[in-house]
Design a protein around this ligand. Structure first.
Ligand code: SAH
Length: 225
């Protein structure tokens, strides 16, 4: 076992299980996906720490616990088609590719799309696709989705994304102010959406047509508070 693998196992034992992550498939994915390959070389030794890390372009790779918590909330069995908004490093994309049948991921910054795509290809995930776009509009050609994960803090739930969610589908999304949000889980039931609050959190802002405007941009940390 190399030292990254040891660090990854320790991350699961120390950060995820004690905080209540129980889904065995999520824990297995977190033990498997090489998070250190999704950060710059200078940060590799900190890749399994209990925090978000910068990935360039003023964006961050989310804290491991946040990735696990959002993944668990989607209750994936392996047959689902998932939409992810905010690819960032592509780490969460890889975790979702382990948990679902197909992952469609959207990122607004082309440089991050290129880097994430390279890593997803190198690791051999054939069930994930990434494109550059404003996630406000979802991914019409691939809709509807069983689950949607939004990895940037939005002022409200983008209605287009609700439209692209199947009845019975789940969405996780940080909602609130630019500098502090609540992670919400929305289940689209036949009678209408049912929302539960999961935890206070701090994500980078969702920028775009149904998000914040770019000139107000500031950096969050993708951490649980
Ligand atoms: N889960 C990712 C972290 C993503 S950080 C990881 O672990 O690496 C959030 C990402 O959302 C940033 O890369 C940011 O550029 C992107 N983003 C913000 N608003 C967006 C939008 N409207 N559409 C698509 N991506 C967006």
């Amino acid at each position: 076992m190399n030292h990254f693998e040891t660090a990854r196992r320790r991350m699961v034992e120390d950060q995820l299980i004690p905080r209540g992550i129980k889904d065995e498939r999520v824990l297995a994915a977190m033990r498997k996906v090489p998070r250190h390959l999704f950060v710059e070389e200078a940060f590799r030794d900190r890749a399994y720490g209990d925090h978000a890390l910068p990935i360039g372009e003023r964006q961050t790779i989310s804290q491991p616990y946040m990735v696990a918590l959002m993944s668990e909330a989607l209750a994936l069995k392996g047959t689902e088609k998932v939409l992810e908004i905010g690819t960032g490093s592509g780490y969460q994309t890889a975790v979702l590719a382990e948990l679902a049948a197909r992952v469609c991921s959207i990122e607004r910054i082309q440089l991050l799309v290129s880097k994430a795509w390279k890593m997803i290809e190198e690791l051999g995930y054939r069930n994930a696709v990434i494109r550059q776009a404003d996630g406000s509009f979802g991914w019409k050609d691939e809709a509807p989705f069983d689950a949607i994960l939004v990895a940037a803090g939005a002022p409200q739930i983008p209605s287009v994304l609700m439209d692209q969610l199947k009845v019975g589908g789940r969405m996780v999304i940080p909602i609130g102010e630019r500098t502090s949000q609540t992670l919400k889980k929305i289940v689209k039931e036949e009678k209408g959406p049912v929302t539960v609050s999961i935890t206070p959190c701090l994500f980078v802002p969702f920028l775009g047509a149904s998000g914040w405007s770019k000139d107000e941009e500031s950096t969050g940390t993708d951490a649980h508070k």
